[in-house]
Write a protein that binds this ligand. Structure first.
Ligand SMILES: O=C(O)CCC(=O)C(=O)O
Length: 273
């Protein structure tokens, strides 16, 4: 018996690979997150958007989002009751700064098996097509694993500027969200986003969730149990942010980020298209 989704919504996720929009956090909490992000940048001289993985561990607030019952009830209906928070990323697109995200599949880089990860893309600001909201190719998660070219282009927000060529934009569905809402997408779905043509920064926090039976294909790593029980114990625990950013967390986030961009750790990525 699903907790919050209808059977129709669950079937639609299985068929199309995404769901949107859903109500997540209170917009006031999203606004407070914006203040936390500004304070982080002022204190550390680096935007949290530059941290490739586990950015949510920088803030008690975003760590708490990974336990939000409105979010987890949806995730549970999609991947079952035993859930790990695997990683995260703040996606920050400045007003008219040209940054964008090219077509890619997360499954080519996350080093997970089986590919059952669901991304919750949580709108910290509104996210509209002209702000460069997420776009997806419906049903593509059931298709091929694509070859990615790694360009390391500076205006590409992806860690290696990875690109899948030849995707027809006319097949894309845009996923606009209001502040505090979220979308879900499957680890294998083709997704991307255009530059932000407005005068307002667009920020989303992508939270990556996996069921506890998913393994790491690139050695032992860390993830946090956020709901249910972990009878498999494939993952070590992440450190828990207490409030102030401490050295243990900084070193952990840095090490995970460096490993993520290290070519040695690219997953099997058995491209078949
Ligand atoms: O925020 C974006 O524009 C892209 C997000 C993305 O690629 C992801 O969450 O996997």
């Amino acid at each position: 018996m699903p907790k919050v989704l209808t059977q129709e919504q669950i079937d639609s996720y299985r068929t199309d690979g995404y769901l949107a929009p859903m109500d997540g956090i209170d917009p006031a909490d999203a606004a407070a997150m914006l203040e936390d992000l500004d304070a982080f940048e002022a204190a550390n001289g680096i935007s949290a958007g530059r941290l490739q993985m586990k950015g949510h561990l920088c803030f008690r607030r975003s760590y708490n989002f990974t336990f939000n019952p409105r979010i987890l009830d949806v995730v549970e209906d999609l991947i079952g009751p035993n859930i790990l928070s695997f990683a995260s990323r703040f996606w920050i697109k400045g007003a008219q700064d040209g940054s964008h995200v090219t077509w890619h599949q997360d499954s080519a880089y996350f080093g997970l098996d089986p590919h059952e990860l669901v991304t919750v893309w949580l709108a910290i600001t509104d996210s509209t097509p002209d702000m460069g909201c997420m776009k997806v190719i419906p049903g593509s998660h059931r298709g091929a694993a694509y070859e990615h070219e790694e360009t390391f282009a500076e205006d590409n927000l992806l860690a290696r500027g990875q690109v899948i060529h030849g995707i027809d934009d006319r097949d894309a569905v845009y996923l606009p969200l209001k502040q505090g809402q979220f979308s879900c997408h499957h680890e294998r779905i083709l997704h991307a986003s255009d530059p932000n043509d407005t005068q307002t920064t667009r920020i989303g926090l992508a939270l990556f969730f996996i069921p506890t039976h998913v393994r790491s294909t690139i050695g032992r790593r860390t993830a946090n149990l956020v709901r249910g029980e972990d009878e498999y114990r494939y993952w070590d625990a992440d450190p828990v942010p207490k409030g102030r950013l401490d050295d243990e967390i900084i070193n952990h986030i840095r090490a995970v980020g460096e490993r993520y961009v290290d070519p040695k750790y690219r997953q099997e990525a058995e491209a078949d298209a």
